[in-house]
Design a binder for this molecule. Structure first.
Ligand code: NAD
Ligand code: ZN
Ligand code: ZN
Length: 344
């Protein structure tokens, strides 16, 4: 089968032919129908050889939707032909966090060498993929595979972040979304569906700000050195009850810290390496700063249900597997509006 692999540190990913995988006991083989392109892959492909954590070659893709092509021995609860989304942050299934469905925070994944598809294990950018356990599948009946695949990360990750801040996002509150790309443009829609907050979006290009407005942002502000002042003005000096930073570089986390209201939340989702000091006077009083990772199995099911209710429409640009390297180039250059989706 064809697969998109990252093969050499520092080189672009390549479309190659690899053996067709076969499901072992307990595993599920999917015929991949759609695979999402995440900016995290670009970060992964920028890491130096000395500290590169995964084995190469690595088949990319940690957002996947497919139809079940074969069930490994002992798998029950699903049938061949079922259309399913893959829950990506695989865990051991047995530790205290996994028991809560929070496999993203599995206590034993590192020790057991369990890695997400596309981030260590073979990913979704291939004609077929192996899912290690049926509990990592969520049925998508009633949903379109292309529109749904980004929900497994670009939907689930902001959903988890927003859910944590819901008690603060009461009527009259403000939520700020920094970076309105794949994750951010879904975050805006989730905020509109889940809260009565006013949503202020920040990005660096007019095109991205236009997308932000079109998916429901009340205000769209250019993300520059004056952005924090502008957000404060828009909130009468009070700032935002919750700030979600989907970029995470030093200038954006500083903006996030500067606009967080008293008792506000700053959630740094982007992996740009920026850090925000916590200490008396560093931010407004009682600001909570956190950096979460992905979301839980239950939250994925909730996001899919929100999509079924019509609350989120992901903007997608589709590419063939042969054109997947091009999709990464465009994403790297900031030229994807919404989420790029590969159709293997
Ligand atoms: P993306 O490229 O689709 O979107 C990023 C957006 O940020 C773009 O619209 C870009 O124009 C904008 N941007 C860049 N610099 C900016 C700045 N200074 N101010 C405001 N906006 C700016 O990327 P994505 O796939 O949505 O991923 C977003 C980030 O989240 C990445 O860092 C990714 O690695 C990370 N991520 C983290 C998790 C997690 O679990 N923590 C999960 C998925 C993705
Ligand atoms: Zn991702
Ligand atoms: Zn576990």
């Amino acid at each position: 089968m064809k697969a998109l692999q990252y093969r050499t540190v520092g080189a672009a990913p390549e479309v190659v032919t690899v053996p067709d995988p076969e499901p072992g006991p307990g595993q599920v083989l999917l015929k991949v129908t759609a695979a999402g392109v995440c900016h995290s892959d670009i970060a992964v492909m920028s890491w130096p050889a000395e500290s590169f954590p995964y084995e190469l070659p690595l088949t990319l893709g940690h957002e996947g939707v497919g139809t079940i092509a074969a069930l490994g021995a002992g798998v029950t609860g699903f049938a061949e032909g079922d259309s399913v989304a893959v829950y990506g942050p695989w865990g051991c299934g047995a530790c205290a966090k996994c028991a809560e469905g929070k496999e993203n925070y599995c206590l034993r994944a590192d020790e057991l060498g369990i890695r997400p598809p596309g981030l260590g294990a073979p990913g979704s950018m291939a004609e077929y993929m192996i899912v290690d356990d049926a509990r990592h599948l969520a049925p998508i009946e009633g949903l379109d595979p292309v529109a749904t695949v980004p929900l497994t990360d670009a939907g689930l990750t902001p959903y988890h972040a927003i859910k944590r801040s819901l008690p603060k996002l009461v009527p009259g509150s403000t939520a700020v979304v920094i970076g309105t790309g794949g994750l951010g443009h879904v975050a805006i829609q989730l905020l509109r569906a889940m809260t009565a907050s006013r949503v202020i979006a920040l990005d660096v290009s007019e095109e991205k700000l236009a997308l932000a407005r079109s998916v429901g942002a009340h205000e769209a502000v250019l993300s520059d050195a004056a952005a924090a002042e502008k957000v404060k003005e828009l909130t009468g000096g009070r700032g935002a009850e919750a700030v979600f930073d989907f970029v995470g570089v030093q200038p954006t986390v500083e903006t996030a810290g500067a606009v967080a209201a008293v008792e506000g939340d700053v959630t740094i989702v982007g992996i740009g390496g920026g850090t925000l000091p916590v200490g008396f006077g560093a931010t407004n009083f009682e600001v909570n700063v956190t950096a979460p990772y992905w979301g839980s199995r239950a939250e994925l099911i909730e996001v899919l249900d929100l999509a079924r209710a019509g609350a989120v429409a992901v903007h997608t640009e589709t590419f063939s597997l042969d054109d997947a390297p091009k999709a990464y180039e465009l994403l790297h250059d900031g030229k994807i509006n919404g989420r790029a989706v590969i159709l293997p």
